[in-house]
Design a protein around this ligand. Sequence first.
Ligand code: SAM
Length: 220
Amino acid sequence: MGDRLAWFEDGSRRPATKNLVKGDRVYGERLVYLDGEEYRLWNPYRSKLSAALLKGLKQMPIREGTKVLYLGASTGTTVSHVSDLVGDEGIVFAVEVSPRVMREFIERVAKKRGNVVPILEDARKPLEYPSVFTKVDVVYCDVAQADQTEIAIENSKVYLRRHGYLMLIVKARSIDVTKKPSFIFEREVEKLKRSGFEIIQIVSLEPYDKDHALILARRQ
Ligand code: SAM
């Protein structure tokens, strides 16, 4: 399996993903060419997964052929890069609760990418997804809700294969504005451990995203 993630250097070093839809830009990102192949520069101020890579994420479980359940698709900035990474052999089930946002997501991303399955549902009700027909290798959760860790755990119970990975974006301020972010990150980590996850890494997303962290965990 090839690697669809590259690092582009032009003074600074930035991640880029091999474009699945040649010539297409999703959010005004720059197209660059490496070894004759087209890549999209991945902006860390627009996508927390790019920020995590730049902040030293040690393992990247999303690669060619990976099946991903993505919670909180929004208008698809990060989903589009995940779709690039998994390529034609992989699949991204993308859940979004807002019909208005979902319409934009379909126009900008899902319509053009055969490996993206849009799901207009509430991530709190994983049993109601109509079209997730397989277990997945990775659950990615970025719903920015106070119960985001519980949402990630419930979805993982239903869809994540054994030894699969959870990538959880924790926005401390969505959970409790009165507590220090480091306290909240630790508390969410404990919830994951109690639910049978091994914690691989906690990556602070500063300075790209204030008070955010990505927790990479693995299901036992
Ligand atoms: N992951 C996106 C990206 O990087 O491009 C940004 C996601 S944004 C922080 C959070 C999204 O989660 C919003 O679009 C919101 O509508 C969606 N959301 C919030 N609660 C949800 C729920 N219960 N089920 C599904 N989506 C939800």
